[in-house]
Design a protein around this ligand. Structure first.
Ligand code: 13P
Length: 269
């Protein structure tokens, strides 16, 4: 990413961490639509908008190559992201995509363990852990998604669920790698429901996650991990969520499919 003078990415002065705002497109948009949205986003944003947070875009795998070429040829300051990978290096795994295939496309961030993958594709903490290791193995950064369901929240199990998912995802991973990870706190009840968590909810989820990382890997690692909030983020709620204590960025679903809305979210800092 080349930065124009005066608009280099700056860390949050309060935490020393670089913010990250990510658009998870899920299973939406073909590669032609993908090109058009990214071009629109690029035209919406001014140089100064890139100074306060890194922006990653996570299209379906069929659009990765097109977006890689677009971003690199026009020197756009977006990081390319994937939504998933398979942890094996290669072989007879029909339909799957490896970490090295993604890193060859200059993918920088990989979403791992999204609740939709846990729910619809049976991803367990063990699988998530292997995917985290595979992502780091190719020098990419995992965005590990964790979050409780409404039932778990009502039963007072949020703390247990988040701790277990964090321990599961990072078990046996070297502390110096964990320090580079991004964790997305995505309460399941807030995903695609329009039920956005309050900044207090986002903050308390982030602190449960950071505390668990501290217990397992120490305070320095915990202080360098970046924690995003995700779940029904809109241009109207983005600013207060980004300002929430312990929140270092946003993982945006639906609103990232609209270039203008996503640009407003990026600008809300
Ligand atoms: P929505 O923003 O559509 O609720 O999706 C959130 C999400 O799951 C991002 O990964």
């Amino acid at each position: 990413m080349s930065a124009k003078k005066g608009y280099e990415l700056k860390p949050n002065p309060a935490t020393g961490r670089y913010r990250l705002i990510s658009g998870n497109w899920k299973m939406n948009l073909n590669h032609l639509e993908a090109i058009s949205i990214v071009q629109k986003l690029y035209f919406e944003l001014r140089d100064v908008d890139y100074a306060f947070s890194e922006i990653s875009i996570h299209p379906p795998a069929t659009s990765l190559r097109s977006l890689q070429l677009l971003i690199e040829s026009d020197r756009m300051r977006f990081s390319l992201g994937a939504q998933n990978l398979y942890f094996e290096q290669k072989g007879a795994f029909t339909g799957e995509i490896s970490a090295s295939m993604l890193s060859k496309l200059n993918v920088r961030y990989v979403i791992v363990g999204h609740s939709e993958r846990r729910k619809f594709f049976g991803e367990t903490d063990e699988i998530v852990n292997k995917k985290v290791a595979a992502t780091f193995g190719e020098a990419m950064t995992p965005i590990v998604c964790v979050g409780e369901s409404m039932q778990e929240r009502e039963d007072g199990k949020t703390d247990d669920v988040l701790s277990q998912q964090v321990r599961g995802a990072f078990g046996e991973i070297a502390p110096e790698l964990v320090a580079k990870a991004v964790v997305a706190y995505e309460p399941i009840w807030a995903i695609g429901t329009g039920l956005v968590a309050t900044p207090e909810d986002a903050s308390s989820g982030a602190s449960l996650i950071r505390d668990e990382i501290e217990r397992n890997f120490g305070v320095e690692v915990a202080n360098s991990v970046r924690i995003q909030y995700g779940g029904s983020v809109t241009p109207t709620t983005a600013a207060e969520l980004l300002a929430a204590d312990g929140v270092d960025g946003l993982l945006v679903g639906g609103a990232s499919l609209d270039a203008e809305a996503f640009a407003r979210i990026v600008r809300s800092l």
